[in-house]
Design a protein around this ligand. Structure first.
Ligand code: NAI
Ligand code: X15
Length: 339
């Protein structure tokens, strides 16, 4: 069994913990929190040993009736791999600790590429992650971009890519972030970080991205354009997406034209926390003008990177040789097939 610790049990960390616990070849050896919270009670209910970032907070946890197994240093001593899901910028500060104890570590998209020197997307560069000590799973939006661009590049070759990301303002449980009544250009300047970030995984792709933030909480929406290098048909592209384990089609028959209806659909499908691990590509939006491909895809920010973390663990441990096999194991353990 691969022993996995989750440093930072928040939006991403709690999902990664549950996804790891569901795998037949992995176990959760601990999760960490900075202060008592609802999530800490959930960790206890799930049976995950709870560690704390600072021992000075021990009393606060004990007062809340939360038993502590030790501090983060104690936790990583039990782990083969640490998934660092602390807020962007904090993870980098933990690197020294991982180096000191010689433990493997995975960072999230809120950190810069340089923290690990290698950025990961399961269906693009699984083999290159093998045996690495440090890997960074790219952000939710970048993961969504990499999946579709790589699939099109493998089949047709991809020239120029242009994409606009309409991003959710905050996660559903976050009360401190906005906007409440604005469309925020984030950033105003072109490109947004997503294009250069895609190039950390797919360096050959000529991509420029723009991004804004809107007052919603569930999912980002991408308007994507790419030049294919050979002729394609809509039917072929639909078939490629349908066969992909991490991309799904929003079919016209569902009548779904929005993120709100997608959330309802995910809930009705019985997905835990309404999580859509796959990119949701609107079948009707797929259009070709000559060799120029257009589409809309919705990306569930809290979920798509979760399954990528699980595959990254297997690659770094060299536990499963082929990406397709790890992806299938991850998906099966979570009981999901793409919509
Ligand atoms: N929320 C999202 O939509 C996505 C987030 N990411 C990335 O994932 C990372 C984590 O983001 P979220 O889960 O949203 O953050 P979050 O704020 O929901 O969770 C972070 C957790 O880390 C804990 N924490 C803070 N400082 C810590 C420390 N020094 N030691 C241990 N734990 C500490 C916090 O208590 C919290 O439980 C960031 O890099 C972010 O950019 C990536 C894709 C999507
Ligand atoms: O990684 C994300 O988005 P991003 O790909 O736009 O950076 C997540 O949605 C987290 O974004 P946040 O930094 O707005 O919380």
């Amino acid at each position: 069994m691969i022993k996995v610790a989750i440093n930072g049990y928040g939006t991403i960390g709690k999902r990664v913990a549950d996804a790891v616990a569901a795998q037949p070849d992995m176990e959760v050896v601990g999760v960490s929190k900075t202060k008592p919270s609802a999530e800490a009670y959930v960790a206890r209910q799930r049976g995950y040993p709870l560690y704390i970032a600072e021992m000075s907070k021990r009393q606060a946890f004990e007062d809340a009736g939360l038993e502590i197994a030790g501090d983060v240093t104690d936790m990583i001593k039990h782990a083969d791999v640490v998934v660092d899901a602390t807020p962007g910028g904090i993870g980098e500060k933990n690197k020294k600790l991982y180096e000191l104890y010689g433990v493997k570590a995975i960072w999230q998209g809120g950190e810069d590429h340089e923290v690990a020197g290698f950025s990961f997307c399961s269906s693009c560069n699984y083999n290159e992650a093998k045996n690495r000590q440090f890997v960074r799973v790219v952000s939710c939006n970048t993961t969504g971009l990499c999946r579709i661009i790589h699939a099109m590049d493998e089949r047709y070759g991809v020239g120029r890519v242009r994409a606009t990301m309409v991003r959710r303002g905050s996660d559903p449980g976050e009360i401190k972030k906005g906007p409440v009544d604005a469309i925020v250009l984030n950033p105003v300047k072109v490109p947004s970080h997503h294009g250069p970030d895609v190039q950390t995984v797919l360096p050959q792709i000529d991509i420029t991205t723009m991004a804004m933030i809107v007052p919603t909480t569930f999912m980002h929406m991408h308007a994507l354009q790419m030049d294919l290098k050979s002729d394609a048909t809509k039917e072929e592209i639909l078939a490629i997406i349908e066969a992909h384990p991490r991309m799904g089609l929003v079919r016209p028959g569902t009548g779904i034209t929005s993120t709100a209806e997608l959330r309802e659909y995910a809930q009705d499908l019985g997905r835990p926390r309404a999580d859509l691990y796959e990119s949701a590509i609107f079948a009707d939006s797929i259009g070709l003008v000559g060799r120029e491909l257009f589409l809309f895809q919705a990306i569930h920010q809290e979920a798509d990177v979760v399954v990528e973390n699980v595959d990254a663990i297997r690659a770094m441990m060299n536990a499963v040789d082929e990406a397709a096999v790890s992806i299938e194991m991850t998906n099966r353990a979570l009981g999901f097939t793409a919509i």
